[in-house]
Ligand binder design. Structure first.
Ligand SMILES: Nc1nc2c(ncn2[C@@H]2O[C@H](COP(=O)(O)OP(=O)(O)OP(=O)(O)O)[C@@H](O)[C@H]2O)c(=O)[nH]1
Ligand SMILES: [Mg+2]
Length: 144
């Protein structure tokens, strides 16, 4: 399995999703810097929220197989600059997070995520809390 890099707003659920994919405890802390392991790269939400860090994200993407663009299903805001996925030198996957939440609006989140302009319409709908969609996403990440 190649590496997967998580990108998304502060609090979108990047670190929690990594923990769910690995079967670790979901009690994660706020991410302060890029964190690498064999299968994942976690990034602080501030990196995609601030254009000053875009170059660092693109450079790191050279070391991964897939970049996952997370969109929180409970959020009304989309922090992505239009077309950002097209600038990444690897496969791009959309992930709608927190679908277990009573206020989740999956259709709205899919609409907001369109801003990133994924290279193919490859969107997964997940909950780290109840595990919905995690198996499907894992299978996608394992694909060559
Ligand atoms: N209900 C629900 N809450 C979630 C889910 N995933 C994450 N959360 C919650 O969302 C909050 C933020 O999660 P994080 O994983 O720290 O978010 P992050 O994207 O890593 O945030 P930064 O590190 O600040 O960029 C935490 O309180 C999580 O418990 C989910 O699938 N369902
Ligand atoms: Mg984090």
């Amino acid at each position: 399995m190649g590496r997967a890099m998580m990108v998304g707003a502060v609090g979108a659920g990047k670190s929690t999703l990594i923990a769910a994919l690995k079967g670790d405890s979901l009690n994660v802390r706020k991410t302060q810097a890029m964190e690498f392991d064999s299968y994942t790269v976690d990034t602080p939400g501030e990196y995609i929220e601030n254009p000053r860090f875009y170059r660092a994200l693109m450079a790191t993407a050279l070391q991964v197989k897939d970049v996952l663009f997370l969109q929180d299903a409970t959020s009304e805001r989309c922090i992505y600059p239009p077309g950002i996925a097209q600038s990444f030198p690897c496969s791009t996957i959309g992930v709608i997070t927190k679908i277990d939440h009573p206020e989740a609006n999956i259709e709205k989140a899919k609409q907001l995520l369109k801003t990133v302009a994924l290279k193919s319409n490859d969107v997964y709908v997940v909950s780290a809390i109840n595990g919905q969609g995690i198996k499907e996403l894992k299978e996608r990440l394992a694909r060559e």
